[in-house]
Write a protein that binds this ligand. Structure first.
Ligand code: PLP
Length: 359
């Protein structure tokens, strides 16, 4: 297979070294005499893998001891429900920042359980800008504040953490592990694995211990964080293969030098691509500069009639899955941890050639 760079928003590209390792281990995992897909999650081999993966994630993110790490199923979308069900704790209100498609979905789900106070709203600017924190209208009676640090579709990413005197909940699906963060500022961090952690089927939840154990009555047992925490995410069969892949990605990240090293690479990748977009009248990105995402870079062609040709030629050049989300149009390059600088360089050089031929 010739070299291909995959710009898919999710499920997304995996590091080539991780894929090769998965291939090498597919038939026989360690001394298990079977594939990791075929062994019990309660056996010694899998348990050792599970513990190591958690420790590696703790090391990478510097997760404080008073936080649990859960390896759940149901995607980020299940967390849209689990968060209100576990955190409302008798309160009737919660604060939500509306900065894009995914926060909108989180809000719609929370509205089934409580009165949602939209404390900031980016709909008016079509998800291209974020209000200064001083302009937000936080309802002090809210049980928590939920926000989406990186909106995957519009490519809108916070450059600050909205800290308030209530638990802060962050949907980090498309930005977790892209840089160092201070976990202690958050009550809950959650992320579907298929963007920057591994493959679909797994959701990582990092939760401060005091937020566990307050679930409202009569909810499904699996939707209680206490059930999951008290059983080390093995109340029922976890998504074993997805968990294993996440563990291999964590090891790979450590080999790269950790999140500080990844941040430098990611920042440089994003700078290269935005510079190419801004340096031409042929391409554009509408997001306010300081809120531009490091992970998802949407861009439009000045002549939309060329979209089809751009995608076709890009694919011919080994640059695949660049089609933008239907709500934004144009192109989107998702450039998660697994995308090397070389992939960005190839994309930029293709974009310049395409402009020369068609501009
Ligand atoms: C992809 C994505 C989701 C949806 O994740 P699922 O795992 O499919 O439920 C939610 N939030 C954000 C920010 C995403 O990027």
């Amino acid at each position: 297979m010739s070299q291909v760079y995959n710009f898919s928003a999710g499920p997304a590209m995996l590091p080539a070294q991780v894929l090769k390792r998965m291939q090498g281990e597919l038939l026989e995992y360690g001394n298990a005499k079977a594939s990791v897909m075929e062994i019990s999650h309660r056996g010694a081999d899998f348990m050792a893998m599970a513990q190591k993966s958690e420790q590696d994630l703790r090391d990478l993110m510097n997760i404080p001891d008073n936080y649990k790490v859960l390896f759940l199923q149901g995607g980020a979308s299940a967390q849209f429900s689990m968060v209100p069900v576990n955190l409302l704790h008798g309160k009737a209100k919660a604060n939500y920042a509306h900065t894009g498609h995914w926060s909108k979905k989180a809000i719609a789900e929370a509205q089934r359980y409580c009165d949602v106070n939209i404390c900031t709203d980016s709909l008016g600017n079509k998800y291209t800008n974020i209000d200064d924190f001083s302009k937000w209208h936080i309802d002090e009676k809210g049980a928590y504040l939920h926000y989406t640090p990186n909106e995957t579709i519009a490519g809108l990413e916070f450059d600050y953490v909205p800290e308030v005197g209530m638990p802060l909940v962050a949907d980090m699906s498309s930005t977790i592990l892209s840089r160092e963060i201070d976990v202690s500022k958050y009550g809950i961090i959650y992320a579907g694995a298929q963007k920057n952690i591994g493959i679909s089927g797994l959701t990582v939840v990092i939760i401060r211990e005091d937020l566990i154990g307050n679930v409202v009555a009569n909810q499904p047992i699996l939707f209680n964080y206490a059930t999951q925490a008290n059983n080390d995410s093995m109340y029922n069969t976890p998504s074993t293969y997805s968990w294993y892949v996440a563990g291999r990605v964590f090891e790979w990240l450590k080999e790269q030098g950790g999140l500080g090293a990844m941040a430098k690479i990611n920042e440089n990748k994003a700078k290269t691509l935005y510079a190419a977009i801004d340096g031409s009248d042929f391409y554009s990105n509408p997001v306010v500069e300081k809120y531009r995402s490091w992970m998802n870079v949407p861009f439009l062609l000045a002549n939309e009639d060329l979209n089809g040709l751009f995608l076709e030629k890009a694919a011919d050049n080994g640059l695949i899955t660049l089609k933008g989300h239907r709500s934004v149009g144009g192109m989107r390059a998702s450039i998660y941890n697994a995308m090397p600088q070389e992939g960005i360089n190839q994309l930029v050089s293709f974009m310049q050639d395409f402009e020369k031929e068609n501009g």
